[in-house]
Design a binder for this molecule. Structure first.
Ligand SMILES: Cc1cc2nc3c(=O)[nH]c(=O)nc-3n(C[C@H](O)[C@H](O)[C@H](O)COP(=O)(O)OP(=O)(O)OC[C@H]3O[C@@H](n4cnc5c(N)ncnc54)[C@H](O)[C@@H]3O)c2cc1C
Length: 413
């Protein structure tokens, strides 16, 4: 209960309808790209994915989340089709931490009132073959006692941060999986809210995508207007996210820019992403690496080493000023520069030399676990939902996959 997102103000995606918000290369299509939704792929059909998203929202409202439909003012962005292969402006619902706390408490109370137990602060250590029932889940209770639960089904919903543990479970239980073929790598751009408002201020989370010359998708994601940058440690290196600050907005806006890097033949996307994360750790001496746009582009008076003396204007508290070219592959740098140019073409002057770029953003790093449309692994009764499923990211998506797994377990009981 709770998890990564609800420690902060957040937005829930696809409030009015699910959309195919991403693009990928498709040689056979007339337009040479196709649009898709990760949830649709995970659950096997767009209609099913849309239906489950609707149920997620209805549950949230039933447990006290206030319905807040703010219309998306997306006419300007939608007119930018010359610059972007796709502009997605699906509506989102804002959620403050206060309302999330009420929502989570409501869900917990409902579970308990129906006769179930909720063990908070009780990490699971291992899953083994059970004797009577199929699985034995072993963990620790808050008082330090061992907790052993026999179960017909175990649903792992342990998020991105638990990746080392999930990799161990995949190995221990011989769960079928493939090396990841694609990982999302990039930076976050941060600049003043005033400059980016004409471009993104009218929408909650616009996603702007194009295909690079390697036919990989380059896109913005997780726009936080009036937000701040935050970092956490993942697999031994720092990674970045954008944090909404709805109740106390800042004067800055930031957004992720990532390339969906396709793994080369025989290469593991996970290993490639980990290598990039370690490289940033090295260059940044354990901290994220930040560089001004002016310095990256070599704008006169901004290039590093010419004594420009410009202080970096970022909401990050801990970082190292450095050269992103030392951290990220050249073609990713090229994609970032191309996105900066497109943003400036769409809204002249929105990204100026004093805007900052911070690395690394690393997403979709899990190996591809083979899952049924009900999120069941090759081991009957072991399910993986949410971020750890390797299929999707996001709160509503995660909840939709959780409902799909729950229904399948009930049907099998
Ligand atoms: C700063 C930030 C802002 C974000 N903003 C948004 C947003 O605005 N909108 C959006 O849709 N998404 C947002 N995301 C992404 C979103 O948080 C995730 O996609 C979502 O939380 C995934 O849900 P999950 O249930 O799969 O995993 P998580 O939310 O990560 O939850 C996993 C839970 O499992 C627990 N756990 C881990 N290991 C174990 C174990 N061994 N035993 C028991 N429990 C364990 C963890 O403590 C955690 O509570 C944001 C993420 C971050 C970090």
């Amino acid at each position: 209960l709770g998890g990564a997102a609800f420690h902060f103000d957040t937005t829930l995606g696809y409030f009015t309808q699910l959309s195919r918000s991403k693009v990928e290369s498709a040689e056979e299509s007339d337009r040479r790209y196709r649009r898709y939704s990760g949830l649709e792929r995970a659950l096997g059909s767009f209609d099913r994915a849309e239906q489950l998203i609707r149920e997620v929202y209805e549950s949230c409202f039933a447990f006290g989340l206030e319905r807040q439909h703010v219309a998306e003012n997306d006419g300007f962005l939608k007119s930018q089709s010359a610059l972007f292969a796709h502009v997605d402006t699906s509506a989102s619902q804002p959620v403050t931490v206060q309302s999330a706390i009420g929502l989570i408490a409501g869900i917990r109370d409902e579970i308990v009132s129906r006769g179930s137990d909720v063990f908070l602060h009780s990490p699971l250590d291992a899953i083994r073959d059970g004797i009577g029932r199929r699985w034995l889940a072993i963990g620790g209770s808050p008082s330090g006692e061992r907790l052993e639960l026999e179960a017909d089904a175990v649903v792992l919903a342990v998020g991105k941060i638990a990746m080392p543990w999930v990799l161990q479970i995949i190995q221990d239980l011989s769960i079928a999986h493939k090396e990841s073929q694609q990982v999302d790598i990039g930076v976050r751009i941060e600049t003043s809210r005033e400059r980016l408002d004409p471009l993104v201020g009218g929408c909650h989370n616009p996603k702007l995508s194009f295909l690079n010359d390697r036919r990989e998708s380059v896109r913005t994601f997780c726009v936080t207007v009036g937000g701040r940058l935050m970092q956490y440690e993942f697999m031994g290196f720092p990674v970045l996210e954008g944090q909404h600050c709805m109740e106390l907005p800042t004067q800055k806006t930031n957004m992720g820019v990532v390339t969906s890097l396709r793994a080369e033949l025989g290469e593991s996307g996970t290993h490639r992403a980990l290598a990039i994360g370690r490289r940033v750790r090295e260059v940044g001496r354990g901290k994220p690496v930040v560089q001004s746009v002016g310095s990256l582009l070599g704008v006169q008076g901004w290039a590093s080493g010419d004594g420009c003396g410009h202080a970096l204007n970022t909401s990050l508290i801990e970082y190292t000023e450095g050269d992103l070219r030392d951290c990220l592959p050249d073609h990713v740098i090229k994609d970032i520069v191309s996105m900066l140019e497109r943003l400036n073409d769409a809204s002249p002057g929105c990204i100026q030399p004093d805007a900052i770029l911070a690395a690394p953003v690393i997403e979709r790093i899990y190996p591809e676990v083979i899952l049924s449309p009900d999120m069941e692994t090759s081991q009957p009764g072991i399910f993986m939902v949410g971020d750890c499923s390797s299929k999707i990211i996001g709160i509503t998506y995660g909840a939709a996959t959780g409902i799909a797994a729950a229904r399948a377990i009930i049907a099998q009981a």
